[in-house]
Design a protein around this ligand. Sequence first.
Ligand code: DC
Length: 222
Amino acid sequence: MSYSIAIDGPAGAGKSTIARLVAKKKGCCYVDTGAIYRAMALFMLRSRVDASDREQIAQKCREARVELAYENGEQQVFLNGEPVNGLIRTEQVSQMASKTAAVPAVREWLIDLQRGLAKSRDVIMDGRDIGTCVLPEATVKIYLTASVEVRARRRYLEYREKGGTETYEEICEDVAKRDAQDMGRAIAPLKQAEDAVLVDTSEMTIEQAADRILEICAQKGC
Ligand code: DC
């Protein structure tokens, strides 16, 4: 029987870094579902769809074929056959992803891809609704969070390293805005599943957070 570890939480909580480390330690596959929504957002931006036109987004999403592949354990996301990993980590894509992800037709279009990945292999999957919607039967559910200030600081340092010019204040505002969008949407909002364990990483190193998750997994027998 394969196992699945669902990690949900707000932007900047450290989900991807921590989940990647846990995957390495456990030898399972790391699935970053945010990248799927980001690839869809890139498609919408390229198609010049108005971010507030939910009807057009719902119609257009079926033209976007999003696929994932794994090369040396690293996830690669493809948009209509094109590898787009290098194009989806921008503020513009982040904002568009948060808006398009709130459209029910988009979520429906992308859910089978996510469920299929967890069917036949051990996975640690991160996102916003993994424990609540995508994998409600997940072996382990974690709600990973941190304060807005800590999350904004982390994102700021990450962007600066890549040569980004956004200020800390701008990023802080963006994080708060995305929280409101992701938590406030009508469909599959970001929230802690009833049976999820809360892990607050505000005062934790990446290693400490990963060890905490490994401990929770061991308690659940996986
Ligand atoms: O985790 P991330 O920042 O890469 O996610 C980008 C956006 O995609 C985020 O604002 C919310 C959305 N998302 C979602 O709605 N459901 C998921 N399972 C993953 C991401």
